[in-house]
Design a binder for this molecule. Sequence first.
Ligand code: FES
Length: 178
Amino acid sequence: MDQPKEPRNGKVPFEEDNYTHNIRKNNERLLDRRGFMKTMVGAAGLFAVSTLPWGAIAAQELNGLKQKAYSKLKIADISALQVGDAVEFAYPGEHDSALLVRLGENSYVAYQNACTHLKCPVFWSKEKAELVCPCHHGLFDVKTGAPVAGPPRRPLPEILLSVEKGSIYATGVKRYEA
Ligand code: FES
């Protein structure tokens, strides 16, 4: 026998209004997880594919850096440079300021002279035989380019030299080895 239904008061929903009547919870969970995994795999794949060209380009760049070819540039005639003197030049680009120092009769060193702290121009102090950065009292060892005082932590990039027929040439920039 049918039970008499309670009168509706507008607050209790009808049975067919139960919004969960067409959802099987187990399957719903499964779909959720599967959907989530699909999305994740898709996103990871998309990420991998979209970063591929950049990875390839970066690898090429790093390779290129190793084999970077520098032009040869005459810096000065030896006769124009006394032992202990320095001369400024630009290398490898016209805006890459550099410094050549004649340390001895047959001894020369050259560095890019943008300070490795905040890029102030480093100059040669003949009296103290030091490479000096005036901005924050940075000092570099002229024989190695290594920082010896002040805030700089990295050496000045060394410029490779060759001496030919009474002149000094820049032939490359030594790669910075951390
Ligand atoms: S820029 Fe050279 S010490 Fe700061």
